[in-house]
Design a protein around this ligand. Sequence first.
Ligand SMILES: *[C@@H]1O[C@H](CO)[C@@H](O)[C@H](O)[C@H]1NC(C)=O
Ligand SMILES: *[C@@H]1O[C@H](CO)[C@@H](O)[C@H](O)[C@H]1NC(C)=O
Ligand SMILES: *[C@@H]1O[C@H](CO)[C@@H](O)[C@H](O)[C@H]1NC(C)=O
Ligand SMILES: *[C@@H]1O[C@H](CO)[C@@H](O)[C@H](O)[C@H]1NC(C)=O
Length: 407
Amino acid sequence: MMSKILPLITLLVLLLNPNLFNARETIETPIFPTPLPYQGYPPPLDPKLVELREVILHFKGTITCDPKRVTDTWHPEKSPCEYKGFYCGHPPKENHTYTVASIDFNGFGLCAPTVSGFLDKFVDLALFHVNSNNFSGTVPDVSKLRYLYELDVSNNKLSGNFPMNVFTIRDPVFVDLRYNDFSGRVPLRVFTLPLDVLFINNNAFNRRIPRNLGSSPVAYLTLANNGFIGPLPTSIKNVSNTLKEVLFLNNKLTGCLPYEIGYLKKATVFDLAGNRITGQIPYSFGCLRSIQRLNLAGNLLYGKVPEEVCALGALRNFTLSDNYLTEIGPVCESLVGTVLNIDDNCIDGYPNQKSPEECHAFLSRPKNCPVIDYVPCKKHSYSTPEHPAAPPPALSPTYSALHRRLL
Ligand SMILES: *[C@@H]1O[C@H](CO)[C@@H](O)[C@H](O)[C@H]1NC(C)=O
Ligand SMILES: *[C@@H]1O[C@H](CO)[C@@H](O)[C@H](O)[C@H]1NC(C)=O
Ligand SMILES: *[C@@H]1O[C@H](CO)[C@@H](O)[C@H](O)[C@H]1NC(C)=O
Ligand SMILES: *[C@@H]1O[C@H](CO)[C@@H](O)[C@H](O)[C@H]1NC(C)=O
Protein backbone atom coordinates (compact mmCIF):
# COMPACT_ATOMS: atom_id res chain seq x y z
CA MET A 1 0.00 0.00 0.00
CA MET A 2 2.68 2.38 1.13
CA SER A 3 4.70 1.80 -2.03
CA LYS A 4 1.71 2.62 -4.20
CA ILE A 5 1.08 5.89 -2.47
CA LEU A 6 4.65 7.01 -2.10
CA PRO A 7 5.14 7.94 -5.75
CA LEU A 8 2.44 10.56 -5.63
CA ILE A 9 3.98 12.05 -2.58
CA THR A 10 7.30 12.08 -4.35
CA LEU A 11 5.63 13.93 -7.16
CA LEU A 12 4.01 16.39 -4.81
CA VAL A 13 7.28 17.03 -3.10
CA LEU A 14 8.82 17.63 -6.47
CA LEU A 15 6.18 20.15 -7.32
CA LEU A 16 6.16 21.55 -3.84
CA ASN A 17 9.57 22.94 -4.55
CA PRO A 18 11.19 24.91 -1.78
CA ASN A 19 9.67 28.08 -3.07
CA LEU A 20 6.04 27.95 -2.07
CA PHE A 21 5.11 30.83 -4.25
CA ASN A 22 6.17 30.19 -7.76
CA ALA A 23 6.59 26.79 -9.31
CA ARG A 24 8.46 28.06 -12.31
CA GLU A 25 10.71 30.76 -10.88
CA THR A 26 13.89 30.57 -8.96
CA ILE A 27 13.93 30.12 -5.25
CA GLU A 28 13.28 33.31 -3.34
CA THR A 29 11.19 32.21 -0.43
CA PRO A 30 11.89 29.20 1.75
CA ILE A 31 8.95 26.88 2.35
CA PHE A 32 9.03 27.50 6.07
CA PRO A 33 10.60 30.93 6.32
CA THR A 34 12.45 31.85 9.47
CA PRO A 35 10.07 33.56 11.86
CA LEU A 36 10.12 37.30 12.09
CA PRO A 37 12.46 38.63 14.76
CA TYR A 38 11.00 38.87 18.22
CA GLN A 39 9.18 42.15 18.47
CA GLY A 40 7.72 42.17 21.95
CA TYR A 41 4.70 40.22 23.13
CA PRO A 42 2.30 39.70 21.46
CA PRO A 43 3.99 40.33 18.13
CA PRO A 44 1.84 42.50 15.90
CA LEU A 45 0.05 40.50 13.22
CA ASP A 46 0.35 41.45 9.60
CA PRO A 47 -2.92 43.21 8.66
CA LYS A 48 -3.42 40.55 5.98
CA LEU A 49 -3.33 37.88 8.67
CA VAL A 50 -5.86 39.77 10.77
CA GLU A 51 -8.22 39.77 7.80
CA LEU A 52 -7.60 36.12 6.99
CA ARG A 53 -8.21 35.15 10.59
CA GLU A 54 -11.74 36.52 10.19
CA VAL A 55 -12.16 34.49 7.01
CA ILE A 56 -10.94 31.31 8.71
CA LEU A 57 -13.12 31.77 11.79
CA HIS A 58 -16.12 32.39 9.57
CA PHE A 59 -15.33 29.20 7.64
CA LYS A 60 -14.93 27.35 10.95
CA GLY A 61 -18.54 28.32 11.69
CA THR A 62 -19.70 26.49 8.55
CA ILE A 63 -17.88 23.24 9.33
CA THR A 64 -20.25 20.46 10.29
CA CYS A 65 -17.80 17.69 11.08
CA ASP A 66 -14.22 17.66 12.27
CA PRO A 67 -13.32 14.11 13.25
CA LYS A 68 -9.70 14.96 14.10
CA ARG A 69 -10.60 18.17 15.92
CA VAL A 70 -8.12 20.21 13.89
CA THR A 71 -10.25 23.35 14.13
CA ASP A 72 -9.64 23.39 17.89
CA THR A 73 -6.30 24.95 16.97
CA TRP A 74 -8.04 27.73 15.00
CA HIS A 75 -8.12 30.01 18.00
CA PRO A 76 -9.39 33.61 17.68
CA GLU A 77 -6.44 35.01 19.61
CA LYS A 78 -3.67 33.18 17.80
CA SER A 79 -1.98 33.86 14.50
CA PRO A 80 -3.37 31.81 11.58
CA CYS A 81 0.24 30.78 11.00
CA GLU A 82 -0.12 28.62 14.11
CA TYR A 83 -3.37 26.99 12.99
CA LYS A 84 -3.26 23.38 11.82
CA GLY A 85 -3.46 23.27 8.03
CA PHE A 86 -2.12 26.77 7.35
CA TYR A 87 1.46 27.67 6.38
CA CYS A 88 2.81 31.22 6.08
CA GLY A 89 5.52 32.84 4.01
CA HIS A 90 6.56 36.03 2.24
CA PRO A 91 4.98 36.59 -1.16
CA PRO A 92 7.51 37.21 -3.94
CA LYS A 93 9.08 40.67 -3.72
CA GLU A 94 7.12 41.53 -0.59
CA ASN A 95 9.51 40.78 2.21
CA HIS A 96 7.55 42.95 4.60
CA THR A 97 4.40 40.93 4.16
CA TYR A 98 4.02 37.64 6.00
CA THR A 99 0.85 35.80 5.14
CA VAL A 100 -0.78 32.44 4.39
CA ALA A 101 1.04 30.85 1.47
CA SER A 102 -0.28 27.31 1.64
CA ILE A 103 -3.34 25.45 2.89
CA ASP A 104 -2.97 21.72 3.43
CA PHE A 105 -6.01 19.94 4.84
CA ASN A 106 -5.12 16.55 3.36
CA GLY A 107 -6.90 13.81 5.28
CA PHE A 108 -8.59 16.13 7.80
CA GLY A 109 -12.08 14.79 7.01
CA LEU A 110 -13.73 18.19 7.49
CA CYS A 111 -17.31 18.64 6.26
CA ALA A 112 -18.48 21.96 4.85
CA PRO A 113 -21.11 22.92 2.30
CA THR A 114 -18.64 24.93 0.24
CA VAL A 115 -15.13 26.41 0.10
CA SER A 116 -16.47 29.51 -1.69
CA GLY A 117 -15.98 32.54 0.50
CA PHE A 118 -12.93 30.80 1.95
CA LEU A 119 -10.38 29.72 -0.65
CA ASP A 120 -11.04 32.78 -2.81
CA LYS A 121 -10.08 35.16 0.01
CA PHE A 122 -6.45 33.99 0.26
CA VAL A 123 -5.02 36.30 -2.36
CA ASP A 124 -1.41 35.25 -1.73
CA LEU A 125 -2.05 31.52 -1.64
CA ALA A 126 0.20 29.30 -3.76
CA LEU A 127 -1.04 25.82 -2.80
CA PHE A 128 -4.48 24.50 -1.88
CA HIS A 129 -4.51 20.79 -0.97
CA VAL A 130 -7.66 19.36 0.59
CA ASN A 131 -7.58 15.64 -0.30
CA SER A 132 -10.07 13.51 1.66
CA ASN A 133 -12.45 16.01 3.18
CA ASN A 134 -16.20 16.22 2.75
CA PHE A 135 -16.47 19.55 0.97
CA SER A 136 -19.47 20.06 -1.30
CA GLY A 137 -20.20 22.70 -3.92
CA THR A 138 -17.63 23.43 -6.58
CA VAL A 139 -14.36 25.29 -7.14
CA PRO A 140 -14.78 29.04 -6.48
CA ASP A 141 -13.48 31.88 -8.66
CA VAL A 142 -9.81 32.18 -7.72
CA SER A 143 -8.85 34.92 -10.16
CA LYS A 144 -7.66 37.13 -7.29
CA LEU A 145 -5.13 34.51 -6.18
CA ARG A 146 -2.05 35.76 -7.96
CA TYR A 147 0.30 32.93 -7.04
CA LEU A 148 -1.93 29.85 -6.98
CA TYR A 149 -0.44 27.00 -9.00
CA GLU A 150 -1.53 23.79 -7.26
CA LEU A 151 -5.17 22.90 -6.67
CA ASP A 152 -5.94 19.53 -5.12
CA VAL A 153 -9.60 19.04 -4.18
CA SER A 154 -9.51 15.25 -4.64
CA ASN A 155 -11.73 12.84 -2.74
CA ASN A 156 -14.40 15.32 -1.71
CA LYS A 157 -18.07 15.71 -2.61
CA LEU A 158 -17.73 18.43 -5.23
CA SER A 159 -20.30 18.14 -7.98
CA GLY A 160 -21.87 19.69 -11.05
CA ASN A 161 -20.33 20.23 -14.43
CA PHE A 162 -16.58 20.56 -14.92
CA PRO A 163 -15.60 23.40 -12.55
CA MET A 164 -15.02 26.24 -14.98
CA ASN A 165 -13.34 28.27 -12.24
CA VAL A 166 -10.27 26.10 -12.77
CA PHE A 167 -9.74 28.50 -15.68
CA THR A 168 -9.46 31.40 -13.24
CA ILE A 169 -6.16 29.98 -11.99
CA ARG A 170 -3.56 32.21 -13.62
CA ASP A 171 -0.71 29.79 -14.09
CA PRO A 172 -1.81 26.32 -13.03
CA VAL A 173 0.74 23.50 -12.82
CA PHE A 174 -1.11 20.82 -10.85
CA VAL A 175 -4.87 20.25 -10.88
CA ASP A 176 -6.34 17.26 -9.08
CA LEU A 177 -10.13 16.82 -9.21
CA ARG A 178 -10.19 13.03 -8.87
CA TYR A 179 -12.77 11.23 -6.73
CA ASN A 180 -15.53 13.82 -6.81
CA ASP A 181 -18.96 13.81 -8.46
CA PHE A 182 -18.26 16.02 -11.45
CA SER A 183 -20.17 15.01 -14.56
CA GLY A 184 -20.96 15.97 -18.15
CA ARG A 185 -18.48 17.39 -20.60
CA VAL A 186 -14.81 18.21 -20.10
CA PRO A 187 -14.25 21.52 -21.93
CA LEU A 188 -11.67 21.85 -24.71
CA ARG A 189 -10.01 24.62 -22.75
CA VAL A 190 -8.66 22.17 -20.22
CA PHE A 191 -6.07 21.00 -22.73
CA THR A 192 -4.83 24.55 -23.30
CA LEU A 193 -3.79 24.99 -19.65
CA PRO A 194 -0.04 24.96 -18.92
CA LEU A 195 -0.38 21.91 -16.65
CA ASP A 196 2.16 19.26 -15.73
CA VAL A 197 -0.42 17.16 -13.92
CA LEU A 198 -4.14 16.71 -14.54
CA PHE A 199 -6.01 14.09 -12.53
CA ILE A 200 -9.74 13.85 -13.22
CA ASN A 201 -10.21 10.11 -12.71
CA ASN A 202 -13.14 8.67 -10.73
CA ASN A 203 -15.75 11.25 -11.59
CA ALA A 204 -18.76 10.87 -13.88
CA PHE A 205 -17.60 12.67 -17.02
CA ASN A 206 -19.59 11.08 -19.80
CA ARG A 207 -18.93 12.87 -23.08
CA ARG A 208 -16.08 12.67 -25.58
CA ILE A 209 -12.47 13.30 -24.63
CA PRO A 210 -11.79 16.80 -26.05
CA ARG A 211 -10.26 16.35 -29.50
CA ASN A 212 -7.50 18.88 -28.78
CA LEU A 213 -5.75 16.55 -26.30
CA GLY A 214 -2.70 17.14 -28.48
CA SER A 215 -2.54 20.78 -27.34
CA SER A 216 -1.85 19.87 -23.73
CA PRO A 217 1.68 20.05 -22.28
CA VAL A 218 0.65 17.65 -19.51
CA ALA A 219 3.05 14.90 -18.40
CA TYR A 220 0.70 12.95 -16.10
CA LEU A 221 -2.91 12.55 -17.15
CA THR A 222 -5.64 10.37 -15.62
CA LEU A 223 -9.07 10.13 -17.22
CA ALA A 224 -9.73 6.68 -15.76
CA ASN A 225 -12.98 5.45 -14.21
CA ASN A 226 -15.35 7.92 -15.82
CA GLY A 227 -17.89 7.39 -18.59
CA PHE A 228 -16.01 8.95 -21.51
CA ILE A 229 -17.41 7.87 -24.86
CA GLY A 230 -16.26 8.14 -28.47
CA PRO A 231 -12.81 7.72 -29.95
CA LEU A 232 -9.36 8.45 -28.63
CA PRO A 233 -8.27 11.79 -30.12
CA THR A 234 -5.68 11.26 -32.82
CA SER A 235 -4.13 14.61 -31.88
CA ILE A 236 -2.44 12.58 -29.13
CA LYS A 237 0.55 12.34 -31.47
CA ASN A 238 1.28 16.02 -30.72
CA VAL A 239 2.12 15.33 -27.09
CA SER A 240 4.96 12.98 -28.00
CA ASN A 241 7.55 15.21 -26.35
CA THR A 242 5.75 15.72 -23.06
CA LEU A 243 3.32 12.94 -22.15
CA LYS A 244 4.83 10.43 -19.70
CA GLU A 245 1.85 8.60 -18.26
CA VAL A 246 -1.77 8.42 -19.31
CA LEU A 247 -4.65 6.36 -17.94
CA PHE A 248 -7.82 5.97 -20.02
CA LEU A 249 -8.86 2.78 -18.28
CA ASN A 250 -12.47 1.90 -17.48
CA ASN A 251 -14.40 4.26 -19.71
CA LYS A 252 -16.67 3.60 -22.68
CA LEU A 253 -14.29 4.58 -25.44
CA THR A 254 -14.98 3.18 -28.89
CA GLY A 255 -13.43 3.31 -32.35
CA CYS A 256 -10.20 1.96 -33.74
CA LEU A 257 -6.92 1.94 -31.84
CA PRO A 258 -5.14 4.95 -33.41
CA TYR A 259 -1.67 4.41 -34.83
CA GLU A 260 -0.82 7.94 -33.59
CA ILE A 261 -0.26 6.48 -30.12
CA GLY A 262 2.99 5.11 -31.53
CA TYR A 263 4.42 8.63 -31.47
CA LEU A 264 4.50 8.72 -27.67
CA LYS A 265 8.20 8.11 -27.35
CA LYS A 266 8.41 9.50 -23.80
CA ALA A 267 5.46 7.54 -22.44
CA THR A 268 6.27 5.00 -19.72
CA VAL A 269 2.66 4.16 -18.85
CA PHE A 270 -0.24 3.79 -21.28
CA ASP A 271 -3.42 2.19 -20.00
CA LEU A 272 -6.53 1.81 -22.11
CA ALA A 273 -7.97 -1.23 -20.35
CA GLY A 274 -11.70 -1.74 -19.98
CA ASN A 275 -13.02 0.14 -22.99
CA ARG A 276 -14.54 -0.92 -26.32
CA ILE A 277 -11.66 -0.03 -28.58
CA THR A 278 -11.22 -2.28 -31.59
CA GLY A 279 -8.82 -2.92 -34.48
CA GLN A 280 -5.39 -4.49 -34.71
CA ILE A 281 -2.50 -3.32 -32.59
CA PRO A 282 -0.72 -0.92 -34.97
CA TYR A 283 2.90 -1.57 -35.91
CA SER A 284 3.60 1.98 -34.75
CA PHE A 285 3.38 0.71 -31.17
CA GLY A 286 6.85 -0.69 -31.80
CA CYS A 287 8.07 2.93 -31.49
CA LEU A 288 6.99 3.28 -27.84
CA ARG A 289 10.58 3.09 -26.79
CA SER A 290 10.10 4.23 -23.17
CA ILE A 291 7.02 2.18 -22.44
CA GLN A 292 7.14 0.08 -19.27
CA ARG A 293 3.49 -0.68 -18.65
CA LEU A 294 1.18 -1.12 -21.61
CA ASN A 295 -2.31 -2.25 -20.72
CA LEU A 296 -4.86 -2.88 -23.49
CA ALA A 297 -6.86 -5.53 -21.63
CA GLY A 298 -10.64 -5.78 -21.87
CA ASN A 299 -11.15 -4.32 -25.34
CA LEU A 300 -12.15 -5.68 -28.76
CA LEU A 301 -8.71 -5.99 -30.34
CA TYR A 302 -8.03 -8.72 -32.89
CA GLY A 303 -5.33 -9.94 -35.24
CA LYS A 304 -1.64 -10.49 -34.57
CA VAL A 305 0.38 -8.86 -31.81
CA PRO A 306 3.27 -7.09 -33.56
CA GLU A 307 6.59 -8.63 -32.57
CA GLU A 308 8.13 -5.14 -32.50
CA VAL A 309 6.03 -4.29 -29.44
CA CYS A 310 7.17 -7.34 -27.52
CA ALA A 311 10.75 -6.41 -28.45
CA LEU A 312 10.57 -3.04 -26.71
CA GLY A 313 13.43 -3.00 -24.24
CA ALA A 314 11.75 -1.05 -21.43
CA LEU A 315 8.59 -3.18 -21.40
CA ARG A 316 7.84 -4.64 -17.96
CA ASN A 317 4.12 -5.35 -18.08
CA PHE A 318 2.19 -5.87 -21.31
CA THR A 319 -1.40 -6.85 -20.58
CA LEU A 320 -3.63 -7.97 -23.46
CA SER A 321 -6.06 -10.22 -21.64
CA ASP A 322 -9.73 -10.33 -22.66
CA ASN A 323 -9.54 -9.33 -26.32
CA TYR A 324 -9.93 -11.30 -29.57
CA LEU A 325 -6.29 -11.52 -30.60
CA THR A 326 -5.49 -14.53 -32.76
CA GLU A 327 -1.75 -14.74 -33.12
CA ILE A 328 1.58 -14.09 -31.42
CA GLY A 329 5.10 -14.66 -32.71
CA PRO A 330 8.21 -16.04 -31.01
CA VAL A 331 9.34 -12.79 -29.37
CA CYS A 332 5.96 -12.32 -27.73
CA GLU A 333 5.79 -16.02 -26.86
CA SER A 334 8.99 -15.68 -24.87
CA LEU A 335 7.28 -13.10 -22.64
CA VAL A 336 4.07 -14.99 -21.91
CA GLY A 337 3.65 -15.63 -18.21
CA THR A 338 6.18 -13.02 -17.13
CA VAL A 339 5.83 -9.71 -18.95
CA LEU A 340 2.93 -10.56 -21.26
CA ASN A 341 -0.58 -11.62 -20.29
CA ILE A 342 -2.62 -12.98 -23.22
CA ASP A 343 -5.32 -14.79 -21.25
CA ASP A 344 -8.89 -14.80 -22.57
CA ASN A 345 -8.11 -14.23 -26.26
CA CYS A 346 -8.46 -16.43 -29.34
CA ILE A 347 -4.89 -17.72 -29.70
CA ASP A 348 -4.65 -21.39 -30.70
CA GLY A 349 -2.61 -23.59 -28.46
CA TYR A 350 -2.66 -21.37 -25.40
CA PRO A 351 -4.53 -22.09 -22.19
CA ASN A 352 -7.27 -19.83 -20.81
CA GLN A 353 -8.59 -18.69 -24.18
CA LYS A 354 -12.13 -17.77 -25.20
CA SER A 355 -14.33 -20.52 -26.61
CA PRO A 356 -14.13 -21.15 -30.37
CA GLU A 357 -17.80 -20.15 -30.60
CA GLU A 358 -17.23 -16.79 -28.95
CA CYS A 359 -14.16 -16.16 -31.09
CA HIS A 360 -15.94 -17.13 -34.26
CA ALA A 361 -18.96 -14.95 -33.47
CA PHE A 362 -16.77 -11.90 -33.02
CA LEU A 363 -14.19 -12.56 -35.70
CA SER A 364 -16.71 -13.30 -38.43
CA ARG A 365 -18.32 -9.88 -38.11
CA PRO A 366 -17.16 -7.27 -40.65
CA LYS A 367 -14.17 -5.23 -39.49
CA ASN A 368 -13.89 -1.54 -40.36
CA CYS A 369 -10.58 -0.49 -38.87
CA PRO A 370 -7.85 0.23 -41.41
CA VAL A 371 -4.60 -1.68 -41.08
CA ILE A 372 -1.96 1.01 -40.90
CA ASP A 373 1.54 -0.38 -41.16
CA TYR A 374 3.19 3.03 -41.11
CA VAL A 375 5.94 3.08 -38.50
CA PRO A 376 6.90 6.57 -37.29
CA CYS A 377 10.38 5.61 -36.11
CA LYS A 378 13.40 4.12 -37.84
CA LYS A 379 13.51 0.34 -37.92
CA HIS A 380 16.94 0.25 -36.39
CA SER A 381 15.66 2.17 -33.42
CA TYR A 382 13.66 -0.87 -32.41
CA SER A 383 15.12 -2.16 -29.21
CA THR A 384 16.70 -5.55 -28.98
CA PRO A 385 14.40 -8.29 -27.72
CA GLU A 386 16.09 -8.51 -24.37
CA HIS A 387 14.39 -8.25 -21.07
CA PRO A 388 17.12 -8.07 -18.51
CA ALA A 389 16.28 -8.81 -14.91
CA ALA A 390 13.41 -6.39 -14.43
CA PRO A 391 14.16 -3.61 -11.98
CA PRO A 392 11.37 -2.83 -9.55
CA PRO A 393 8.50 -1.15 -11.37
CA ALA A 394 9.04 2.54 -11.84
CA LEU A 395 7.16 4.83 -9.52
CA SER A 396 3.93 5.80 -11.20
CA PRO A 397 2.12 8.98 -10.17
CA THR A 398 -0.89 8.12 -12.32
CA TYR A 399 -1.45 4.66 -10.84
CA SER A 400 -1.10 6.23 -7.40
CA ALA A 401 -3.87 8.63 -8.38
CA LEU A 402 -6.23 5.65 -8.65
CA HIS A 403 -6.24 5.57 -4.87
CA ARG A 404 -8.55 7.89 -3.01
CA ARG A 405 -6.25 9.04 -0.32
CA LEU A 406 -2.81 10.39 0.03
CA LEU A 407 -1.03 9.28 3.09
C1 LIG B 1 13.93 42.41 0.37
O1 LIG B 1 14.42 41.32 -0.38
C2 LIG B 1 15.33 41.71 -1.39
C3 LIG B 1 15.64 40.48 -2.23
O2 LIG B 1 15.90 39.36 -1.41
C4 LIG B 1 16.57 42.30 -0.75
O3 LIG B 1 17.47 42.71 -1.74
C5 LIG B 1 16.16 43.50 0.08
O4 LIG B 1 17.27 44.00 0.76
C6 LIG B 1 15.08 43.10 1.08
N1 LIG B 1 14.62 44.28 1.75
C7 LIG B 1 14.53 44.36 3.05
C8 LIG B 1 14.09 45.68 3.58
O5 LIG B 1 14.75 43.42 3.78
C1 LIG C 1 -17.28 11.98 4.93
O1 LIG C 1 -17.09 11.23 3.76
C2 LIG C 1 -16.72 9.89 4.01
C3 LIG C 1 -16.38 9.25 2.71
O2 LIG C 1 -17.39 9.44 1.76
C4 LIG C 1 -17.85 9.19 4.73
O3 LIG C 1 -17.48 7.86 5.02
C5 LIG C 1 -18.14 9.92 6.01
O4 LIG C 1 -19.28 9.35 6.63
C6 LIG C 1 -18.41 11.38 5.76
N1 LIG C 1 -18.54 12.02 7.04
C7 LIG C 1 -19.59 12.78 7.31
C8 LIG C 1 -19.65 13.30 8.71
O5 LIG C 1 -20.43 13.07 6.50
C1 LIG D 1 -1.06 18.96 -33.79
O1 LIG D 1 0.04 19.32 -34.60
C2 LIG D 1 -0.30 19.64 -35.92
C3 LIG D 1 0.98 19.82 -36.71
O2 LIG D 1 1.95 20.45 -35.94
C4 LIG D 1 -1.18 20.89 -35.90
O3 LIG D 1 -1.56 21.23 -37.19
C5 LIG D 1 -2.41 20.61 -35.07
O4 LIG D 1 -3.18 21.77 -34.93
C6 LIG D 1 -2.02 20.12 -33.69
N1 LIG D 1 -3.21 19.73 -33.00
C7 LIG D 1 -3.44 20.08 -31.75
C8 LIG D 1 -4.73 19.64 -31.18
O5 LIG D 1 -2.65 20.71 -31.09
C1 LIG E 1 0.51 -5.93 -14.89
O1 LIG E 1 -0.50 -4.94 -15.03
C2 LIG E 1 -1.81 -5.41 -14.74
C3 LIG E 1 -2.78 -4.33 -15.09
O2 LIG E 1 -2.44 -3.10 -14.51
C4 LIG E 1 -1.87 -5.82 -13.29
O3 LIG E 1 -3.16 -6.31 -12.97
C5 LIG E 1 -0.84 -6.91 -13.02
O4 LIG E 1 -0.82 -7.23 -11.65
C6 LIG E 1 0.54 -6.46 -13.47
N1 LIG E 1 1.44 -7.59 -13.40
C7 LIG E 1 2.62 -7.53 -12.81
C8 LIG E 1 3.42 -8.76 -12.82
O5 LIG E 1 3.02 -6.52 -12.25
